[in-house]
Write a protein that binds this ligand. Structure first.
Ligand SMILES: Cc1cc2nc3c(=O)[nH]c(=O)nc-3n(C[C@H](O)[C@H](O)[C@H](O)COP(=O)(O)OP(=O)(O)OC[C@H]3O[C@@H](n4cnc5c(N)ncnc54)[C@H](O)[C@@H]3O)c2cc1C
Length: 392
C-alpha cells in the first residue's frame, strides 16, 4: 500500500512524537480493529472493551489536557489518530463511535466545572464510560437555534421533555450532553445538560439502521418528565449555544480529516487492485485511462488534505472562535466532502464488480463517506455560513 510520503508533510506533522503516535495507532488498528471490523459492522456496534483498550494504548484521550485525564496534544495530534485509524484499514465509522467523546465532552471541559469533569470526562477518557452529544431532533438538525426539547426548573432539578435523533453511540451511552431549551425562542434560550443513563423518563426510543457507519450505533432518544439534577448543567443556564458553536469548529475539522483520510485509503486500495487485476491480458494499471484516474484521485485527496491541515494548524495555533479559523474549517469540510465522494466512487469503479461486494473494503468506505457532507453541519448550511463570514 502506498501512503503519503512523510517528506511532503509540513514539519508540524513529523515531529518524533507525532511519528511515534501515528506508528502506534497504526499498529493498534491493524491488530485490534481490522480483524474484528466485519463482525462489528454486522453487530451494529463496537464492543465497550475497545474503548478501554484504546485508552490503555494511549490514544483515546489525545487532544485533551493532561490535567483532566487527557493524553495532551492538540488538533494536529487528534487528526493524526484519525488519519492512522482510517489509513491502516479502520474506517470513519470506527472513529465516529470510538471517539464520540470528541464531540460529547469538550463542552464540559470548556465550562470547567470540576465535579462534571470528574464524573464524566475523566472516566470517559479512561475508556470506562461512553458519552454522546444530543443536539439533533426529529424536527430538524441544521437549525440548532430552533431546538424544542424543553427543560423546566423544578427545585434542584430540570424536568426534561422532548426527543433527540441520529445520536451517535446513543444506544451505548452512559451519558448524553444534551441541548435543551431553558429559555425563550432562539439561540439565547439553549442550555447543555448532562443526562445520565438510568434517569427515569430518559430512554433509547429505538436504535437506527443506516446506509453506512454500521459499526457505529445510532439512536433516537426520548425524554418524558426526565428529572436531571441542576448540578448537571454545563456552564451557564442559556449559555449552551456558544459552547456548541465553539466545538463545531473542531467537529467539522475532524470530519474533514475523516474525508481526506478515507479518500487516501480508497486511492491506496484502488492502486493495489489495479496493480494485480488483469483485463484483456494486461494489468489494469497499464491502461492510461486508469492511471489518469488514479492521479486525479491523488490530486483531489492532496488538495483536501492540504486545506484541512492548514486549517488544523491555524486552529491549534489560535482560537476556534476566530472567524477566519471558523471559515477555514467550513471550507476544509466542504472541500474534503467533494474529494472523498468523488474518490470513493472512482475507487469502486476501478474495483469493478468486486467493489460492489460487501466483503470488499471499498464498499464500506463508499457507504461510510456519504455522511460526511451531512453530519456536523451539512454542505449547504456550511456554504451559508461561509457566505456570511465572507460578507457576500
Ligand atoms: C449517522 C449520523 C450520525 C449523527 N450523529 C449525531 C450526533 O451524535 N449528535 C447529533 O446531535 N446529531 C447527529 N447527527 C445529525 C446531523 O448532525 C444532522 O443530520 C445534520 O445536522 C442535518 O440535520 P437534518 O438531518 O435534520 O437535516 P435538515 O436540517 O432537515 O436539512 C435537510 C437538508 O436540507 C439542507 N438545508 C437545510 N437548511 C437549508 C437552507 N437554509 N438552505 C439550503 N439548504 C438547507 C441541509 O443541508 C440538508 O441537506 C447525525 C446524523 C447522522 C446521519
Amino acid at each position: 500500500m502506498t501512503t503519503v510520503p512523510e517528506a511532503r508533510m509540513s514539519t508540524a506533522w513529523t515531529t518524533p512524537e507525532r511519528l511515534a503516535l501515528r506508528e502506534s495507532v497504526t499498529r493498534f488498528t491493524q491488530s485490534e480493529i481490522v480483524p474484528h471490523l466485519p463482525q462489528w459492522e454486522d453487530d451494529g456496534r463496537l464492543p465497550r472493551e475497545l474503548h478501554a483498550a484504546a485508552a490503555k494504548a494511549g490514544f483515546l484521550a489525545v487532544g485533551f489536557p493532561e490535567e483532566i485525564g487527557g493524553a495532551g496534544g492538540d488538533q494536529i495530534d487528534a487528526a493524526i489518530v484519525s488519519e492512522a485509524i482510517i489509513e491502516a484499514g479502520g474506517s470513519s465509522g470506527v472513529i465516529a463511535s470510538l471517539l464520540t467523546h470528541g464531540i460529547a465532552t469538550p463542552h464540559i471541559v470548556d465550562a470547567g466545572q470540576a465535579d462534571l469533569i470528574d464524573r464524566f470526562v475523566r472516566p470517559t477518557l479512561a475508556g470506562e464510560m461512553i458519552g454522546s452529544l444530543g443536539i439533533t431532533e426529529p424536527g430538524g438538525g441544521s437549525d440548532v437555534a430552533g431546538i424544542t426539547t424543553r427543560a423546566v426548573r423544578d427545585g434542584d432539578h430540570y424536568v426534561v421533555n422532548g426527543a433527540k435523533t441520529f445520536i451517535t453511540s446513543g444506544t451505548r451511552a452512559d451519558f448524553v450532553t444534551t441541548a435543551v431549551r431553558t429559555g425563550d425562542k432562539g439561540f439565547g434560550g439553549i442550555s447543555l445538560l448532562v443526562v445520565e443513563k438510568g434517569t427515569p423518563g430518559f430512554e433509547v426510543a429505538r436504535p437506527l439502521r443506516k446506509m453506512g457507519w454500521h459499526c457505529s450505533d445510532t439512536a433516537e432518544l426520548s425524554f418524558a418528565d426526565a428529572r436531571v439534577p441542576v448540578g448537571n448543567l454545563v456552564g451557564e443556564e442559556n449559555g449552551g449555544f456558544v459552547l456548541i458553536m465553539q466545538q463545531f469548529v473542531n467537529e467539522r475539522l475532524g470530519l474533514a480529516v475523516q474525508g481526506y483520510a478515507t479518500a487516501q485509503r480508497a486511492l491506496d486500495l484502488a492502486v493495489a487492485y489495479a496493480q494485480q487485476r488483469e483485463t484483456f491480458g494486461k494489468p489494469l494499471i497499464t491502461r492510461q485511462v486508469i492511471r489518469h484516474k488514479l492521479v486525479e484521485m491523488r490530486q483531489r485527496t492532496d488538495a483536501a488534505r492540504a486545506v484541512t491541515r492548514n486549517a488544523l494548524e491555524r486552529a491549534a495555533a489560535g482560537s476556534t472562535s476566530d472567524p477566519s479559523v471558523i471559515l477555514d474549517a467550513v471550507l476544509a469540510k466542504n472541500t474534503a466532502v467533494e474529494a472523498v465522494e468523488w474518490v470513493v466512487n472512482e475507487s469502486v469503479q476501478i474495483h469493478g464488480g468486486a467493489g460492489y461486494m460487501r466483503e470488499s473494503e471499498i464498499d464500506r468506505h463508499y457507504r461510510d463517506a456519504r455522511i460526511i457532507g451531512i453530519g456536523g453541519g451539512a454542505t449547504e448550511v456550511m456554504k451559508d455560513l461561509a457566505a456570511k463570514l465572507l460578507g457576500y
